[in-house]
Structure formats: structure tokens, C-alpha cells
Design a protein around this ligand. Sequence first.
Ligand code: BDR
Ligand code: CA
Length: 305
Amino acid sequence: MKKIILDTDPGIDDAIAICYALNHPQLDVLALTTIFGNVATELATQNALRLCELNKHNVAVATGTAVPLQIAPHPVADFVHGSNGFGEIELPSPAQKPITSSAAEFIVDTIKKHPGEVTLVAVGPLSNIALALELAPEIASQVSEVVVMGGAFHRNGNVSKHAEANIWNDPHAAQQVFTADWPLTVHGLDVTYQISFSADYLATIAANSPTVGGFLRDAAKFYSKFYKSQLNFDGCCPHDQLALSYLSNPEWYTLEQGSLDVVTDGEAIGKTTIITNDKSNKSIATKVNRDALLADYAEVLSQAV
Ligand code: BDR
Ligand code: CA
């Protein structure tokens, strides 16, 4: 089993990724840690708890920071994910509460408790991960690996010509995470736009998993409307899932190795770049086996309630 901490801003594609992680037989989710982005951090925490309860998994949830390291916060992405983060589909208020440690404290303590064993997966702005590094820089050599959804290396961004949303929401945090000396794989828009979940695909998932799959199918309707109206795209893009599928099946991905950088001010704020270098411990994903990913996602979700 691979031990993971999943840092997330749920969010519909976050929900897609969380439901996969919680139902995957080879992924041991030690905690969900929460961050602003698609919704405010407090709602992200409630949504993470809601998803654990929907999936009948009792997993620790730790609340992250409410603001970026240096810039003023951007508005939440309610036009993409709805005002509740779930496309206006309501899940019951959670019975469980978050743990008392902050996300950054939990990340540090857990990596130290299991040296060399914990994979950090971040699918929102990278503020909590940067704060964990600030608290304890030595975790860079104690983590197993870091896997991120964020950035747009060889294409335009999705919130500006230059920037992808997770990086744009906290470029200073991204810069710290991208330049720390730890093994890092980044899944940017270059690879995430290669996958879409169609309405038919989500209907099949719902037929096999009425509760969890049914929720994802319904929540994705709002998200898919955004893709249709803004990008004339049928279906929706499960960005965050690309990082999760990589954990279980890295062989489906083509990677480019190199040193990474983030623009932290000016017109191109949030722009991500790679300088190819085959000695680097950083990589970006550039291509994925689409059919394998879709078949695996459906298989894992068929185990959900
Ligand atoms: C990323 O931004 C968020 O809206 C999504 O959840 C994903 O993490 C895509 O740019
Ligand atoms: Ca996300």
C-alpha cells in the first residue's frame, strides 16, 4: 500500500480524485488536507469531510491555511465548481470534525513518523506544502515523493494566457515547492487536457456505484456546462485525477525531466517553465495512456458504495 496525504480544494475534479483515492486498494490515504482555491479553505474542509462520509471512509481531515503566502487571495472559482464546490449538489453536513493539527503540521509530523514512506499529493494551490517545508525543511529528504496537479508548461494557462489556476492562486508557494530538493512530478494542463469524462462515461460509473458514482455524475453536470460554454468542449476534464492515476500507474505517463520555475510577479505571474535536464529529480507529465486511465478509473469506482 502506498501511504499518501492528499492536499485538496474540493471542487468537482478534486471530488473525482478523492473518491478514487479512497476506493483504491493500493492507496492508503493517511489524511486529506485542505486549501482554498475552488472554494474557501473552511468549505474545502467541510467538503473533504462530506466526501469521506459519502465514501464511508473514516480518514483524518486537517484544515490548511486560508490565504496565499504573499499575494492577496483571488476570488474562488464558483463559476466552475458552483458556490458549494459540488456543482450545487448538496451532501449532508458532516458528522465528523477536522483534526486539531493544521495541514502543514500534519504533513510534517506524518512524514517524520514514516520516513521515506509518505507520498504528498497536492491538487490545489501549494500553500500548505510550502508552509510544511518552511516549518521543517528536512522533510524534503524524508518524503517518498511529491506529485502535483498544476501548471501549464508547453501551452497556455486556464486563468490567464500564462497561468494555470493552482499555481496562479499562490505562485510563491509553487516556486518553493518546485525548487525544493525533493523528487517531484508535476501534472499540468499539458497532460490533464488529454482526458475528458463524458456524460455517458459518468453514467456508467453511476450505474455501478449509485451513491458515490451518482454524486459525481450529478456534480459534474455543472462543471461540464462550464466546459461547454467556455471551451466548447463536451464532457469535463478531471485535472486532479491525473495526479492520482499516476500514483497507481506511472507507466501510463510520458515524462520530461528538468528543473522547474514559476514567475512570481508581473504580467506572466503564475507561468511555469521547465529547462530540460536529465539529472534533475523533477519531471512534468506530457502524455498519458487515455484508454488505460479511463478503464482503471471505472474499475476502481465500481468498488465504491
Ligand atoms: C485545477 O484548478 C482547479 O480548479 C481544479 O480543481 C484543478 O486542481 C485545474 O487548473
Ligand atoms: Ca483542485
